[in-house]
Design a protein. Structure first.
Length: 79
């Protein structure tokens, strides 16, 4: 699983070697904070509404789970 991210707006692009059926995201306490159904090899996940922190993304294809750690960084450009 390859994850491309844009820290300016919290949108993650995920490219997978095979199709997945769902992508849940959990916080550091293993609480589910996001869930998306997917039917392709590519997905865009918008985590911009989440607070800054470390999150764990899982890709489930019906047979196996692949997990990745992602960091969401809130950007405050006010001076």
């Amino acid at each position: 699983m390859i994850i491309f991210l844009n820290l300016s707006d919290g949108i993650f692009q995920i490219n997978l070697s095979q199709s997945v059926t769902e992508i849940p995201v959990f916080d550091a306490m293993r609480k589910s904070v996001f869930h998306q159904q997917v039917e392709t090899h590519e997905a865009f996940i918008d985590l911009s509404r989440l607070p800054s922190g470390v999150f764990f993304l899982q890709a489930w294809n019906g047979r196996e789970v692949v997990g990745k750690k992602v960091v969401v960084e809130s950007w405050d450009w006010k001076v």
